[in-house]
Design a protein around this ligand. Structure first.
Ligand code: GLP
Length: 241
């Protein structure tokens, strides 16, 4: 693991965007694994800026998002599909055909999960996966007591996650209790991983991820076994390292 401690959110976002941009410049047909949440918003803004300044071209890029709430469609403004469209995709020249996000509205979840894995494999695997981290150490929506062997699957959200994500909804009752998420196995098969975290609320999760025992109780701790992970954290998130 390479730990990169930066001054603040802006620096974290710029460093992460620079890594993504160099991946796209080196390999224009890169397969990007993308994340949602507040953490990567600054990175997306920076990537849009680089695109507007003709520094990067997304026309051949393929993307796979980590997760989606079960039961929320792309028109719901809380869905991750809506988030991705508004915070990145509508601002860049990505081909819609190359965008992949789990479909939270399908009847046959199992089929959707199998097809998602198949699409990732057919694309040649994920070249670089961006991750945020939950306060309980989750990555994607792989909650504590995770099965490290799982691929894309339906998950039950942890109480802490529901509480923490309720800030995006009108009330806690509106937060879906399930989601479709890439599994740990899917994430671990990415060629490179960049995990971003900022703020004091993430300090515990980061300390356990980096220095703790590798355990299903802290899903992100498995990243210690990945051969190419960069963790970019601001001073506050690094305060317990
Ligand atoms: C959600 C997402 C994760 C994300 C996490 C942290 O639960 N499924 O992918 O990393 O929240 O979110 P934030 O970046 O808003 O702190």
């Amino acid at each position: 693991m390479r730990i990169i401690i930066v001054e603040n959110y802006e620096e974290m976002s710029k460093k992460a965007a620079a890594m993504m941009a160099s991946q796209i410049i080196l390999k224009p047909e890169s397969v990007l694994g993308l994340a949602t949440g507040d953490t990567p918003l600054g990175m997306y803004k920076e990537l849009i800026r680089m695109y507007n300044e003709n520094m990067i071209d997304f026309s051949k890029v393929k993307t796979f998002n980590l997760d989606e709430y079960y039961g929320l469609g792309k028109d719901s403004n809380q869905s991750y599909n809506y988030y991705m469209t508004n915070n990145l995709f509508k601002h860049i020249n990505i081909d819609k055909e190359n965008i992949n996000i789990p479909n939270g509205m399908v009847k046959n979840i199992e089929e959707e999960c199998i097809s998602y894995e198949k699409r990732i494999k057919e694309a040649g695997g994920i070249d670089i996966q961006v991750l945020g981290i939950g306060v309980n150490g989750h990555i994607g929506f792989n909650e504590p007591d995770v099965n490290f062997e799982a691929e894309t699957h339906l998950v039950n959200l942890d109480e802490k996650t529901i509480e923490s994500n309720s800030r995006f909804f009108k009330c806690i009752e509106e937060v879906p209790t399930k989601a479709i998420s890439m599994g740990i196995k899917t994430i671990m098969h990415s060629k490179k991983i960049v995990l971003l975290a900022n703020g004091a609320s993430k300090a515990d999760a980061i300390a356990k991820t980096v220095n703790g025992k590798i355990s299903p109780e802290v899903p992100a701790s498995i990243l210690q076994l990945h051969q190419d992970v960069a963790i970019i954290v601001d001073k506050e998130a690094a305060s317990k390292l």
